[in-house]
Write a protein that binds this ligand. Sequence first.
Ligand code: PBG
Length: 333
Amino acid sequence: MAESASIEVAACRPRRLRRTTALRRMVRETVLTVNDLIYPMFVMEGTEKRVEVPSMPGCWRYSLDLLLTEIKAIHRLGIGAIALFPLIADNKKDNAGTESYNPAGLVPRAVRAIKETIPDMIVITDVALDPYSSEGHDGIAKDGKILNDETVAVLVKQALVHAEAGADFVAPSDMMDGRVGAIRRALDAEGWIHVGILAYSAKYASAYYGPFRDALDSAPKFGDKKTYQMDPANGREAFKEVELDILEGADIVMVKPALAYLDVICRIKQRTNLPVAAYNVSGEYAMVKAAAQQGWIDEQTVVLETLTSMKRAGADMILTYFAKEVALALQSA
Ligand code: PBG
């Protein structure tokens, strides 16, 4: 018996399915496509301006005119969605993030222009105070603390301004308690029933956001974000956050960052029927770029492998600064 069992094991040859490219393609379980990609983009005031983010080579902040040109280009490559982040001048920042709900502000103007120029591009706007905050925090600060409910009231105004401008999704990235429900109720009350909520549900207090804060000049002026963003040590707590966001009306839930949290993506995917997004954040991008510039890794292969791992873990869509490169790579594949 033991002998025949071992003969059967010996006869089993997994390599048979890896013998040729065609065979590997046939049995491939996970396929990354351009449909999976959401491109985060930085917008700033001015005309004909394009400034590369030093810690994110290959990523630029664009003035609106050049942003539109770039969006047309990525649209031609088949990228269907962008997430928009603004660089706000220091003199427009205050502790209450007042500029965040200015109907004539940079984001609403950008959303309107994008929707006029490329109507079928899905536009996702970030809802949080940090780009507008003189303190560099996602909420209103008082005595060294971040106020929750007072912040939610401002986030609601911000979300309504984005909806009015034509955003397809608002994406609260602030991690205040109760903000998804408050935003959903306000959107519905104002008639924006078709505007979706992509919730940054499991957003960790991560050092991987460093380059993004360089891009927007939005690093916290005091303390850190650990009283609102999650502790990187916690996995079960991610599900608590996801569960609440679903109850409050989220349409898509997100895990952020992605690479160091693949287990969280995997666990959440098993427990919700909602689409799950993953954010391949700025620090993940910067590490790959830096190693590639040194000639230490092959950039394109590493990028495709990394993004495929996120899909394999359960991500239905991926926000990634590599979106354009990947779309190009997939076209020539
Ligand atoms: C702000 C926000 C951050 C990111 C997206 N929205 C930074 C932060 O929370 O400090 C990070 C994105 C990235 O690192 O690519 N609410």
